[in-house]
Design a protein around this ligand. Sequence first.
Ligand code: SF4
Ligand code: SF4
Length: 698
Amino acid sequence: MAALIFSVMLLVALGWFGRTLYRRVMILLKSQPDYRFDHIPQRIKAVLVYAFGQRKFIVPDPPPGSPISEWKAGWLHFFVFWGFMILAIQVLTMFGRAYSEHFYVPLFSPGLLGGPYFLLKDIMEVVVLVCIIALLTRWAITHPKRLYGFLPAEERLAKQSHWEAYVILCFIGGIMIGGKLYDGGRMIYAASHPDVQQEAAWQPFSSMVGHALAAWFGTEGAKFFSDLGWWLHNTIILVFLNLLPLSKHFHIITSLPNVFFLKTEPKGALSKQDLENATRFGSSFINHFTWKQVLDMYSCTECGRCSSHCPATQSGKLLAPRQLLLNLRDYLYEHEDAMLALPNAATGAATQSEASNVGENIVGERLILDEVLWACTTCRACEEACPVLIEYVDKIVDMRRHLVQEEARFPSELTRTFKAMETQSNPWGVDASQRDAWAQGLGIPTMAEKPDAEYLYYVGCAGAFDDRAKRTTQAVAKILKQAGVDFAILGKEELCNGETARRIGNEYLFQSMAQMNVEVLNGYGVKKIITNCPHCFNTLKNEYPQFGGNYEVYHATEFVQRLIAHGRIRFGPDGARTVTYHDSCYLGRYNDVYEAPRQILQSIPGLQLKEPVRSRRFGMCCGAGGGRMWMEEDPDKRVNLRRVEQLLETQPDAVAVACPFCMTMIDDGIKSKNLEERVQALDVMEIVAERMEHTQAG
Ligand code: SF4
Ligand code: SF4
């Protein structure tokens, strides 16, 4: 009878779960195409490292003890994840016992792998139970802000998320307790069976439960509790299975594929739009997102790590990345039927015309406010923090592309920026003929004068036109000259690389600038480029290959660090100074250049380097990226002030930067606090040039 009832329950549960899963998979097929089936070894490695290894949860970066460290919650999640993996075999065993009293999953029976597995399972059930109690206690008592929301808009999420989370955690606890009751009771009432004797020998905790049941309720009572445990365990599993797709715990199923389908192109390369054949620009309806972007929506664990690292959220702006993603996800679920009615994207993309768009335009008043999109600095802190590798920047830029290219709707101050880029090839709008003014009298050859130079020093607009950044440019040139590097500049022939336009969403302007630049660079046969601006560095290195520009690109800190290592730069006598280093997002998080600037600073005698709490992968943005440099900032919500406060906690004499935009923001922040007499903002290159004593060509 039990087998019959269980069979009916199993069929209903699996059938309903299968239906839900089928609909979700079909929505992926209806979404826009994105080829993510290449680089299989890299994808498998990512699954091993990030999914099975739970790297983002347990690697203590920031280190334990740091106020932003999440390592305790990370390890709890690690054990719950592995507990689930190990107990999956137990679930199959428990289901099979409906039909055979001594069913075992092949290979996991006594005499084979059963013994060690029983021991592992026995321990994991207890560990998971302890983790569940710890998580429940943590949530109920400490109320971590990242879980409970950062903005008023997240209050609903906090309530809903926590109601679900408590239920799911209680379910997981119930599964563990059910398993223990079942095994413990069985070890008493079926104690004479040789298989059960082996199970008991390998499962000390379940044996203890069995003895306790026998002592309190006798053999009959132990049988009753064993049966109760079996029903409890199996019923919860079947209900749990059907709750998963309706809650944030759908990530239990989707996070593995989401990690597998990670972006394998360079992190700093935005997608190239096909401007000639496109029927629309950017994303503005829910069916405009790619299937991978939809998989991201399915996979969010609602942990809030993204928002807790987002400079926009932290400075009180309306953007909170978790809320943005969940708004999209909820809207998608509300429009499931309409999505399912679309033709498959792979076969019917051409027929997915404007008339077949799903729902309303979501960008603007309806769902994702313009203000939310313009608040993003494209710093990637959210992506770096996300344990399931959800991608944000591409989605945000896709929606900006719609605003700029289809609606011509953007902050009014950007009109001047675009015009300046179009007419003077720099966002400052300074006369293009002044591009090489910084080099006057320095005797630096141009590519026209020295076309066989080994390196091109690409200065960039900031380095050429911004008065403060020009001092850094001159410092780089001085270092290269004194170290005997064979280099030249483009001089007046240098053009803006268009990075700002692309991040703002003006793909058309970016592509035309990129093409012109590549033409100039390839015309000179440039192979190796040095640049001091991380934005130029990222675009030349990671995005220009999309336009046939393939170069070896070095950031000045990488290049100079090598010159120091090879003895081509030496430093003068001690001059004691305490310096803290501010990581540029486009150098660090986008291109993993964390060590070179630090190694340079550490190699200078007398200079003491102090790390701020937020550094390296978790360094906070200065607020200038993603075109924010050119947009008005609410004085009460300035990202740079928050960042400067963090940097000043180290009590430095100077803040070292490796980016002209960071220089502007940090310098302004220090001045706003009237601390410019005490603390300087200096580029790493300026510090090197100032302390460089003797160099030798070679
Ligand atoms: S890229 Fe940076 S600013 Fe944009 S949502 Fe992510 S963390 Fe926030
Ligand atoms: S996007 Fe990632 S980091 Fe943000 S809440 Fe979801 S799972 Fe957590």
